[in-house]
Design a protein around this ligand. Structure first.
Ligand code: PEP
Length: 256
């Protein structure tokens, strides 16, 4: 049985004071016995502080990006081992905003995935098509290409632990989520693609849906058999919303 994961991507939001207030409000309501993994992904400069605050909480901390290199003369970059050192357990690689604004291609994302795995971090690999690609009937070809680049460099074994986040670009930050059926179709396709290499690992791999997840739609999205939780942007910055999304994931697990 796959344990659901709800991951809150804070993007470039927050401040020391705002983060402390958000976590305090969220933690107050959280049920530590819930059968769901929860993680937050603050901006780099707040990672150590958030990790310290959450040391005794049932909430993991992750980074939003990582350098593909293990260390050295790469000004402004952050190595996977450094993330581990300050208390991170996970790291997002290949978020569509980085693919778009930082021109990250599939090969670089595959190298970042490798760097994260080598340091003992759980990579959260983001894949997903643009609206133009969906309308051109290219959704499966795009997510297959993004996934295959990582599989080719890393093999299938890391997916027993690594997380995949299917995030249609047209649904991120737009308020327009994929329908549960649209999400399920792509998640099932991704799982079948991994199963072509190893059926056992495909059964273990957690595939999250991301793109305008909120309290109002989390339940129906998480009810889909191949949707193992969510990668949540905007709604993760509102304690009540994030709490309700985690509750929806916990309820899904109880039904499985
Ligand atoms: C994201 O940042 O990965 C995301 C899915 O954002 P939002 O939930 O705001 O669409």
């Amino acid at each position: 049985m796959r344990r659901p994961l709800v991951a809150g991507n804070w993007k470039m939001h927050g401040s020391g004071a705002a983060n402390a207030a958000l976590l305090a409000e969220f933690e107050l309501r959280l049920h530590s016995e819930w059968p769901v993994d929860i993680a937050v992904f603050p901006p780099f400069v707040y990672l150590a502080d958030v990790a310290r605050r959450l040391r005794d909480a049932a909430i993991d901390v992750g980074a939003q990006d990582v350098c593909a290199e293990p260390g050295g003369a790469f000004t402004g970059e952050i190595a996977a081992a450094m993330l581990k050192d300050v208390g991170c357990a996970l790291v997002i690689v290949g978020h569509s905003e980085r693919r778009r604004w930082n021109h990250e291609d599939d090969a670089l994302v595959a190298r970042k995935f490798a760097a994260a795995s080598a340091a003992g971090l759980t990579p959260v690999l983001c894949i997903g098509e643009t609206l133009e690609e969906r309308e051109a009937g290219k959704t499966e070809a795009v997510v297959a290409r993004q996934l295959d680049a990582v599989l080719a460099m890393n093999g299938v074994a890391p997916f027993a632990r690594a997380v995949i986040a299917y995030e249609p670009v047209w649904a991120i930050g737009t308020g327009r989520n994929a329908s549960p059926e649209q999400a399920q179709a792509v998640h099932a396709f991704v799982r079948r693609r991994i199963a072509q290499q190893n059926a056992n690992i495909a059964g273990q791999a957690r595939i999250l849906y991301g793109g305008s997840v909120k309290a109002a739609n989390a339940g129906e999205l998480f009810a889909m058999p191949d949707v193992d939780g969510g990668l949540v942007g905007g709604a993760s910055l509102v304690a009540d919303e994030f709490y309700e999304i985690c509750a929806a994931a916990a309820a899904r697990h109880e039904r499985v």
